[in-house]
Design a protein. Structure first.
Length: 332
């Protein structure tokens, strides 16, 4: 009995010492890791800012339990949130609280049942021809002794995951095309008029468009239609040495009935990967190549034929270097 009492006393003393030591340990933590990434800043930023892209590089995407359900609400904006619920990962959320496009993102992350929030940040700074991406996490450990002891290991544990995530982010971004302004967005659709036909790739595209845009505008004005945007062209296939099925169209403010070869349509729209090309039309293949590479690297699924929107009227602007063409690829 005396031995048992001594054991209990020593255990209580040991527990007391451990608790006392715990309160002498730091009550806060900060983890920081960095990497250098080559590529377009907007592209790198979008890989981090949009929760839909996290599955491509996040250190936790490969270790999610099979029961987890993830919900992304909002895009690259303050208030956008990712929520998860799983048997192993538990239930929690991470929310964007501050955002300076291309420079900084701040998040707040919390788990159900835990009152303490983790403050996470990522900054993007120029360093030569690369971007220095710095990922941080900090928070308050509170007065729970177990949390205080875990604070001694958090830099090693979370820091390793940060290193893995930054490595994956670097590999992903450096595979992406170095073309400015590529973005995933929703392109508006509305009523329009169009003409569809097959033309020779080598010489027929320009002739087809030059013929049909004035034809469509004249038809719209004759029958009371109101043009409401820039002309576009849909390319249903691409055969540089053969025939191309294409559609030339104009958007309208209100629907208008077609006649003969002129069709009443809904202009193309929906979820797209898009970018602008500045220059002569025959040089736009550069942006097409970049968009196709972007879609391939991000493992996106095509959802239809691409189209071009001709923002600049060559009659008003003779300088081809100032011609803007928006190129859109619909994706799921």
């Amino acid at each position: 009995m005396k031995i048992l009492k001594k054991v209990i006393i020593w255990m209580l003393v040991l527990i007391g010492i451990l608790i006392l030591v715990a309160y002498l340990l730091p009550g806060t933590y900060k983890v920081e890791r960095s990497t250098l990434i080559k590529g377009d800043r907007g592209m790198v930023f979008s890989m981090v800012c949009d929760f839909d892209n996290w599955k491509l590089w996040s250190p936790w995407s490969a270790t999610e339990d099979s029961t987890v359900v993830i919900e992304n609400i909002g895009a690259c904006e303050v208030g956008a949130v990712q929520k998860w619920d799983g048997e192993e990962m538990g239930k929690g959320e991470i929310k964007i609280t501050e955002l300076i496009s291309g420079e900084k993102i701040l998040w707040e992350m919390g788990f159900e049942g835990c009152s303490k929030k983790m403050l996470i940040g990522m900054t993007f700074e120029t360093e030569g021809d690369e971007w220095l991406v710095t990922w941080t996490a900090e928070g308050d450990l509170g007065y729970n002794p177990l949390y205080r002891y875990y604070g001694l290991m958090i830099d090693s544990d979370l820091g390793t995951e940060y290193e893995n995530g930054l490595k994956s982010l670097k590999e992903l971004c450096e595979k992406l095309p170095d073309y400015p302004g590529i973005e995933v967005t929703t392109f508006p659709s509305g009523p329009g008029l169009s003409v569809k036909d097959s033309v020779k790739a080598t010489e027929g595209i320009g002739i087809f468009l030059e013929k049909n845009y004035p034809f469509l505008f004249a038809y719209a004005i004759k029958y009371g239609g109101i043009p409401a945007g820039h002309p576009y062209a849909i390319y249903y296939n691409w055969d540089p040495e053969g025939m191309i099925l294409m559609e030339a169209g104009i958007p309208l403010a209100e629907p208008l009935e077609g006649k003969n070869e002129i069709m009443a349509v809904q202009t193309p729209g929906g979820k797209v990967v898009k970018a602008s090309h500045y220059g002569a039309y025959d040089e736009s293949y550069i942006v097409h190549e970049a968009l196709n590479k972007y879609i391939m690297v991000l493992k996106m699924e095509y959802a239809g034929a691409p189209w071009e929107v001709y923002v600049t009227d060559p009659i008003d602007e003779p300088d081809t270097s100032k011609w803007e063409t928006i190129v859109c690829y619909p994706v799921r």
